[in-house]
Design a protein around this ligand. Structure first.
Ligand code: NAD
Length: 371
């Protein structure tokens, strides 16, 4: 996120934590008339900060899908969203009526944007209703839950993706290309950092383990894990981890800051940093013949980076979430690759669980068998 959008984010976070992300603070958005709605219909489940300020506006920019429905536990939001996005009454659900979405042909994809501990329940219900599923990150709060989501989607023969928007983002795709083609030789060391301060809002669900499954690691830490893996193009084979707390009274239920070190099959090593108390947004890969880095690596963009050749990594900015949802729609309709399959969300939860295990055991090395 830029400085300006970070400020907007913090402002809107305050409101969302109050329970209702008020649409009146939203950037102006014009709903498309029905005749211009293209592609697959998406229903957003959970109309908090991310749906309000990123996903719904992005769905006005998509080509292969559009905002068709909403699922909310807050009745006041129904009318506001209905008017703002021209959503038919029949496509509006609450958490109790959600399962009746099975009969609604206008909804093809259900996008679950709820607190992490609610992902599995709603993704499984969406699959049972025969809808394709996008599950926000982290995919769930445990490996077991991720496996249950994958099994439900498989059983229902529906497609599943995780909300790792950066796989559709051009700067990130350039980093993935460097790793794949070994443009600067083999990566020997990778360092990734992702975090932001979340102080000032002690009642937010992200600090409540029952709803979040964990703190910084579950929130931005999964991005640091992602970056370490796509920045080198390999899955790690072991991890050691440490936890730090400067304010245990505030971060009493969830982790404040975590560092972890990976070993990769190629012999490369990596380190990740994540925090709910420090701003961090970087990916750096040291290679045999040079280096590449993104020093805005994980936020909503525009991202930015450079390489040891002296060139800038820079591409025109588009909303990452619009690119992400269009890619998933093309996967469903045209068999394009699923850039973020459920197996990727599951892999990351295996790493998350190993990191928490290592911390519990005083930083021991935990082997990873991720294939
Ligand atoms: P938020 O707090 O702004 O919104 C959460 C929504 O869930 C609200 O509409 C709230 O009413 C609803 N909700 C239902 N039951 C709730 C409960 N028991 N407690 C709290 N809220 C409840 O959160 P958000 O920032 O929109 O995050 C939602 C999901 O999206 C999370 O899984 C988060 O990790 C993910 N997310 C992903 C990205 C990304 O970059 N991919 C960015 C932000 C959030």
């Amino acid at each position: 996120m830029t400085t300006v959008s970070r400020r907007t984010f913090n402002k809107t976070l305050t409101k969302a934590i109050g329970g209702v992300a008020l649409m009146s603070t939203m950037p102006m958005a014009c709903a498309l008339p029905d005749t211009q709605k293209k592609g697959l219909g998406v229903a957003l489940v959970g109309l908090g900060t991310y749906s309000t300020y990123e996903l719904a506006p992005s769905l006005l920019e998509t080509t292969h899908c559009h905002l068709a429905g909403i699922v909310t536990g807050t009745p006041e939001k129904e009318k506001i969203w209905k008017e703002k996005y021209n959503i038919p009454e029949d496509n509006i659900y609450n958490y109790d009526t959600f399962d009746s979405i099975v009969t609604n042909d206008a909804i093809d994809i259900v996008y679950v944007v709820l607190p992490n501990a609610m992902h599995a329940d709603f993704c499984i219900r969406a699959a049972k209703a025969g809808k394709h599923v996008i599950c926000e990150k982290p995919m769930a709060v445990s490996v077991t839950e991720c496996e249950a989501i994958i099994a439900a989607c498989k059983k229902a023969n529906v497609k599943l993706s995780v909300g790792y928007r950066l796989h559709s983002e051009p700067h990130t795709q350039e980093i993935q290309r460097f790793a794949r083609e070994k443009t600067f030789g083999k990566v020997t060391y990778i360092a990734t950092e992702a975090g932001y301060p979340s102080n000032g809002f002690p009642n937010q669900w992200r600090l409540n383990k029952a709803l979040s499954g964990g703190g910084a690691l579950m929130n931005m830490g999964v991005y640091a894990i992602q970056g370490a893996i796509y920045g080198i193009g390999e899955n790690p084979i072991s991890v050691r981890a440490q936890e730090f707390s400067t304010n245990p009274a505030y971060y009493k239920d969830t982790d404040e800051t975590i560092t972890a070190q990976f070993e990769f099959p190629s012999g490369a090593v990596g380190s990740i940093f994540t925090s709910h108390n420090a701003k961090a947004d970087r990916l750096y890969a040291s290679c045999e013949k040079g280096w590449y880095e993104l020093d805005i690596a994980y936020t909503y963009g525009p991202l930015h980076g450079r390489t040891s050749r002296g060139d800038e990594i820079t591409f025109p900015h588009k909303r990452q979430q619009a690119l992400q949802m269009d890619d998933f729609a093309l996967h469903i309709t045209q068999g394009a690759p699923n850039k973020v399959p459920g197996s990727m969300g599951l892999r990351d939860l295996k790493i998350v669980e190993a990191i928490y295990k290592s911390i519990k055991e005083g930083g021991t090395k935990i082997p990873l068998n991720l294939g």
